[in-house]
Design a protein around this ligand. Structure first.
Ligand code: RFL
Ligand code: PHB
Length: 397
């Protein structure tokens, strides 16, 4: 990358791959490209501190952990993350453990997206790939011979690149220059998520069906609990003081049932997360590619969003190395179709988990949900289907 000499209004630069967005998809892509000898520059509209403190996903699939480890990003994850064998599924009066390791031979890891983000940031500090934070007015131009424009420190910049990759999440600008079809579904509910300074009340995650609405008991560390409640779409947080949140969690998660207790503690963060399924295809136009949330959104019930972003990048990085370092376009040409195969599998699984677990006021649906839950919890075939999808399919599926 050769920065321009400056002085003019537009400061030109050049790189092999311009990456838009320094979320997990963008930073991991830049890291893997550097390992393959390909130069990249990442441009990010938020500050580094903001990006590293956003509370989001918390579950890593087996193959995500394998990829992070093989990329040299697994040390802290293995030290501080928590390996889980499975999850609990529950409904009033019953709680069942699904043991993914017994069912499909692999479990999952609890390790917050904030931590993955910090690990990627530190690896970048050591490796030297350039990330430009706090940019404004990012725009992608001319997919056949692309360049990116943006403003940094009040100066207009132009970044010329052989390839541009949009890792700019659900509202980024790159998708606008990638024409294609869109499939989407919005759900009539959201999740109210809280982080609390209290030891988790459970050893593994509890997914709870309840007539008042779904609840999820997750965690981040031995001292920090992550909890979610189904709330109507458009819910105003002001209607949910902490006491109301804890009472709803206690009722839905079965506090007092068979001696189980929900521990309460100070809530340090809360937010409302809308639920949406969205797929854009193809994930490429000319020399512009999409990866992660820029191309697809899943409702969080299956814990797939972050894992899908990592899986896209695991396909795209070697494809771009082959394209740019070896002038071999085959993997790049296959990227969209191969990525979309997994995207649709995870889109279906996330939709299935969501519709099985969220209350919707229809008593017929409620009976179908309970019947499905009983089948999943009691039939090895049912349990194995959930386990295979939740613990994650191999990269390249
Ligand atoms: P990210 O993480 O959204 O990163 C995209 C990055 O692009 C930047 N960006 C721009 N940069 C430059 N110029 C522009 N014009 C730009 N516009 C945007 C953004 O600032 C950002 O840094 O996408 P990525 O890398 O694809 O990673 C995907 C995951 O982050 C996502 O799938 C999951 O976190 C989804 N998700 C959750 N998943 C769960 O499994 N459990 C959760 O609890 C959970 N919570 C969440 C979430 C996603 C959220 N978003 C995206 C609305 C909570 C939220 C709020
Ligand atoms: C989380 O811990 O944030 C989490 C866990 C499982 C999910 C969604 C979110 O399905």
């Amino acid at each position: 990358m050769v920065p321009g000499s400056g002085g003019g209004l537009t400061v030109p630069m050049r790189t092999q791959v311009a990456v838009i967005g320094a979320g997990p998809a963008g930073l991991l892509l830049s890291h893997l490209l550097a390992a393959g000898g390909v130069d990249s520059v990442v441009v990010e509209s938020r500050t580094r501190a903001h990006v590293e403190s956003r509370i989001r996903a918390g579950i890593l699939e087996h193959s995500t952990v394998g990829l992070l480890r093989s990329a040299g990003l697994g040390d802290r994850l293995l030290r501080e993350g928590d390996e889980h064998r499975g999850v609990y599924l529950q409904w009033p009066g019953e709680r069942h453990h699904l043991d993914f390791v017994d069912l499909v031979g692999r479990g999952v890891w609890v390790y917050g997206q904030t931590e993955v983000q910090k690990d990627l940031g530190r690896a970048r500090d050591a490796g030297g790939q350039q990330v430009l934070y706090d940019v404004r007015d990012t725009a992608v131009h001319d997919p056949a011979d692309p360049h990116v424009t943006f403003t940094l420190d009040g100066r207009a910049r132009r970044l010329d690149a052989d390839v541009v990759v949009g890792c700019d999440g659900s509202f980024g600008p790159t998708r606008e220059v990638v024409p294609g079809n869109t499939w989407q579904r919005t759900y009539p509910y959201s999740w109210l998520g809280v982080l609390a300074d209290v030891a988790p009340s459970t050893d593994e995650l509890i997914y709870a069906w309840h007539p008042d609405g779904f609840a999820l008991n997750s965690m981040r560390s031995p001292a920090v609990t992550r909890l979610y409640l189904q709330v109507p779409a458009g819910t105003d947080l002001a209607q949910w003081p902490d006491e109301r949140i804890w009472d709803a969690l206690a009722a839905r998660l079965g506090h007092g049932q068979d001696g189980w207790e929900l521990r309460r503690g100070p809530i340090t963060e809360k937010g409302v997360l809308p639920m949406r399924s969205f797929v854009r295809a193809p994930m490429r136009h000319g020399r512009v590619f999409l990866a992660g949330d820029a191309a697809h959104i899943v409702p969080p019930t299956g814990a797939k969003g972050l894992n899908l972003a990592v899986a896209d990048v695991a396909l795209l990085a070697p494809a771009l190395v082959a394209l740019l370092a070896e002038k071999d376009p085959r993997l790049a040409d296959e990227y969209s179709d191969r990525a979309l195969r997994r995207v649709w599998r995870c889109t279906h699984f996330s939709w299935w988990m969501t519709t099985m677990l969220h209350a919707n006021e229809d008593p017929f649906d409620a009976q179908l949900q309970l019947s499905q839950l009983r089948w999943v919890a009691s039939s090895e075939a049912g349990a194995r289907g959930l386990a295979e999808n939740y613990a994650g399919l191999p990269i390249g599926f």
